[in-house]
Design a protein around this ligand. Structure first.
Ligand SMILES: *Cc1c(COP(=O)(O)O)cnc(C)c1O
Length: 401
């Protein structure tokens, strides 16, 4: 497939397929080896040790770089390792601008590293142009963006932020986990790095934890690969094999999942127990027009607020039969999460209020089940949610996952 431009669907389905294997294997082999024989004194096959490079991992990296329109990619052992790898490229005394509603694990990492003096970090509302301009006056080295955000699906303008960042010499990193390259390609909008938790849509089957950084620039991709080997955060070959297997069906999975999500958003909006639905595909979502411009689809993540708050949320999650109560997202199966007691449990009441995350808020990761079954499941849980139950149990407390 080298040379000619290839449609992204073809890249996902077939990059590296039937690619000259000595037995004619159609599926690219899993090179489950830590080390590689030197054919002779002072020469290698191109590979010597799997921490540094491995053909299975390299094929996943090549596939993701092509899908994102980047010059190269590094596959890491988790999404957090991917973010930390980007942070490792910061110069001394750097200033980092992050979204105030970023992934809780990202916030924990930025806060922990800045507390140790690695850099300074500011968490701001990147949809607020004045706040963004104020932050850029401090000349950041890196601007980190997440769009859509978690859990309220706020959308920010990647191209506009890229232009602002470039004007002050900052690099732009976009966490593209919530949409995947099937629906958004930040490099085309000016990003220098794209970050993924491949745990989510790219692998798509809830059976691998992994990450990736795609760099727009080839020299930067080299530098990231070098540093990933130095610190040893590269992903395992088996995980890369599984993730590439997931990527093969990325486009049809995401297409079906977002069709289900749209039907669910429309259904939820009509229900008396639901105060508000947060889905960029709904025309009254504040980010709808921007999402329609910047994305190739509205994705399969949505949130909604139950009028009756925490007690109703507790009854709801106890009553679903198809939606499983779990963190994470992007798998073939549908999940429901209660941000206040799960993904956002580490935020205090004031931070939750400022972020607009209520006790009755529920987040859905919509899967590949039949849309009618999913809607029937939600209808049943909504009916159960408004029935008076017993006393509410103490909320769960935990670290962000
Ligand atoms: C899950 C997630 C991460 C962290 O990825 P892991 O694979 O869990 O380490 C980072 N960013 C976003 C947006 C995520 O959803």
């Amino acid at each position: 497939m080298d040379g000619k431009p290839v449609h992204p669907h073809t890249v996902a389905a077939a990059n590296g397929v039937a690619d000259g294997d000595r037995f004619g294997a159609v599926a690219p082999p899993l090179y489950l080896t830590s080390t590689f024989a030197f054919p002779a004194y002072g020469t290698t096959s191109g590979y010597d040790y799997s921490r540094a490079a491995n053909p299975t991992r390299d094929l996943l990296a090549d596939t993701l770089a092509k899908l994102e329109g980047g010059a190269g990619a590094v596959i890491t052992c988790s999404g957090m390792a991917a973010i930390d790898l980007v942070l490792s490229r910061l110069p001394r005394d750097a200033f980092v601008v992050a979204p105030h509603d970023c992934y809780a694990g990202t916030r924990r990492l930025l806060q922990a590293r800045s507390a140790r003096g690695s850099f300074e970090a500011a968490f701001i509302d990147q949809g607020d142009a004045a706040a963004m301009s104020r932050a850029l006056k401090h000349v950041p080295s890196l601007v980190l963006v997440e769009t859509p955000s978690n859990p309220l699906m706020r959308i920010v303008d990647i191209a506009a932020i890229a232009a602002q960042a470039k004007a002050v010499g900052a690099r732009l990193a976009v966490d593209n986990t919530f949409l995947s390259p099937a629906l958004q390609q930040p490099v085309r909008l000016g990003a220098d790095y794209v970050i993924h938790s491949t745990t989510k849509y790219l692998n798509g089957h809830s059976d691998v934890v992994g990450g990736a950084v795609i760099a727009a620039d080839a020299a930067e991709a080299e530098a990231l690969a070098h540093w990933a080997n130095v610190t040893g955060v590269t992903g395992a070959p088996f995980d890369a094999y599984m993730t590439l297997r997931g990527v093969r069906s990325l486009f049809p999975r995401v297409a079906q999942q977002q069709a289900n999500a749209m039907a669910i958003a429309r259904f939820l909006r009509e229900q008396p127990q639901v105060a508000r639905v947060y889905y960029p595909g709904l025309p009254d979502h504040p980010g709808h027009d921007l999402a329609a411009r910047q994305q190739q689809g509205f994705g399969a993540m949505l949130s909604f607020e139950l009028r009756e708050g925490a007690a109703a949320a507790r009854r709801f999650v106890g009553a679903t039969r198809i939606f499983t109560l779990a963190e994470s997202l992007g798998g073939v199966e549908s999940l429901v999460a209660h941000p206040v007691t799960m993904t956002h449990a580490s935020m205090d009441a004031d931070a939750l209020r400022r972020a607009g995350i209520g006790a009755g808020l529920l987040r859905l990761s919509v899967g590949l089940e039949a849309g009618e079954d999913l809607i029937a499941d939600l209808a049943g849980a909504l009916a159960a949610s408004s029935r008076a139950g017993g006393p509410a149990p103490a909320p769960l407390k935990g670290e962000p996952c």
